[in-house]
Design a protein around this ligand. Structure first.
Ligand code: NAD
Ligand code: IPM
Ligand code: MN
Length: 333
């Protein structure tokens, strides 16, 4: 039976790149039932709705969710990012944010913790608007949350050729959270004697990602460091327009969510210049996760083998990859 996928185009370039991803999925001949959901900043400005409880309940019944990007200038920061995207990640327990990077001769993957750290919303403000204003925003790190993320990273590394995991943190300053991460990492490492390990402080990791990124195989890190490092990862492996991600519920107690690493790019929205490859690759990760691995592999091959001609439009890139996918179909095995 065909899989059911909820599609949230979102804002800015989101709907533009999602259209190309669906074009490529269709070209791959996959039988998907898609249901579109109008959500995001523009929808909020029109209706006042961010993520109604009934919509969240309906989303739980899908096999997967494909999201373009959300966020609109004119909506206060955080309303949509926290109220829609982070709410989905937290409520659906999408505790792994998997961000693979392939390009420029590099092949590494970031396993980003996706439900904790400074993202939880812990903290608050008092005396707002006065000279005595106080704002706190804590980082929440639980043994359970850290351990399930670290375990995922080691299991992933064990299945890869180089079998190497680097913990990235800031243990020299964030001593409470860093110590929890470090001890958990070492304990899980002891169970995986076939996987070699390393540790980098996050500031040094920024140097190495630019100057010697080939040292990395699997990086495991907290939510905020992972956010920052993965924009950098995109930039050093061919551009943010190619960087895909999967927000996974590995226990499969509900749908996982697939989206590009990039945002709604209001600076280029409507110009037809957004690179759809990040979204196309995210759709391939979706297909792989729902049991359509063969179609996923064909799409990944098409993305690699049909590089866009310089200056190609969003839809021209989608067309070229869709065509390459259909050609691959007829290739001798
Ligand atoms: P952004 O990722 O949208 O854009 C950063 C830069 O990268 C811009 O110059 C943009 O033009 C470029 N870029 C991004 N995607 C591209 C693509 N596919 N092809 C070519 N160029 C591309 O980050 P931002 O400007 O900081 O954020 C804009 C909005 O998006 C904000 O509201 C932010 O909160 C939101 N955001 C959403 C998501 C998401 O929905 N998953 C992710 C990141 C940011
Ligand atoms: C990302 C984005 C999100 C994040 C925002 C939009 C909440 O930057 O997916 O990388 O910080 O995780
Ligand atoms: Mn980000």
């Amino acid at each position: 039976m065909g899989k059911r996928v909820a599609v949230i185009g979102g804002d800015g370039i989101g709907p533009e790149v999602v259209a190309e991803a669906l074009k490529v999925v269709r070209a791959a001949g996959v039988d998907l039932e898609t249901v579109a959901y109008e959500l995001g900043g523009a929808h909020y400005l029109r209706t006042g709705e961010v993520l109604p409880d009934e919509t969240l309940a309906a989303l739980r019944d899908f096999d997967a969710i494909l999201l373009g990007a959300v966020g609109t200038p004119g909506v206060p920061p955080g309303v949509i990012e926290r109220g829609l995207l982070l709410r989905l990640r937290f409520e659906l327990d999408l505790y792994i944010n998997l961000r693979p990077f392939r390009g420029k001769g590099l092949d590494f993957v970031v396993v980003r913790e996706n439900t904790e750290g400074p993202y939880t919303g812990e903290g608050g403000v008092i005396r707002k608007g006065t000279p005595y204003e106080v704002a706190t925003q804590g980082s929440v790190n639980t043994r359970m949350g850290v351990e399930r993320c670290v375990r995922f990273a080691f299991e992933l590394a064990a299945a890869r050729a180089r079998k190497h995991v680097t913990l990235v943190h800031k243990t020299n300053v964030l001593t409470y959270a860093g110590d929890l991460w470090q001890r958990t990492f070492e304990e899980v490492a002891a169970e995986h004697t076939d996987v070699s390990t390393d540790y980098n402080h996050v500031d040094a990791a920024c140097i190495y990602l630019v100057e010697a990124p080939q040292r990395y195989d699997v990086i495991v890190t907290d939510n905020l460091f992972g956010d920052i490092l993965t924009d950098l990862g995109g930039a050093v492996t061919g551009g943010i327009g190619q960087a895909a991600s999967a927000n996974l519920n590995p226990a499969r107690t509900g749908p996982s969510l697939f989206e590009p690493v990039h945002g709604s790019a209001p600076d280029i929205a409507g110009t037809g210049t957004a690179n759809p490859i990040a979204c196309i690759r995210s759709a391939a990760m979706l297909l792989d996760f729902v049991g359509e691995g063969e179609a996923a592999a064909r799409i990944v091959r098409a993305c690699t083998e049909a590089p866009p001609s310089p200056g190609a439009s969003t839809s021209a890139i989608g067309d070229a990859i869709a065509f390459a996918v259909t050609q691959d179909l007829t290739k001798e095995p």
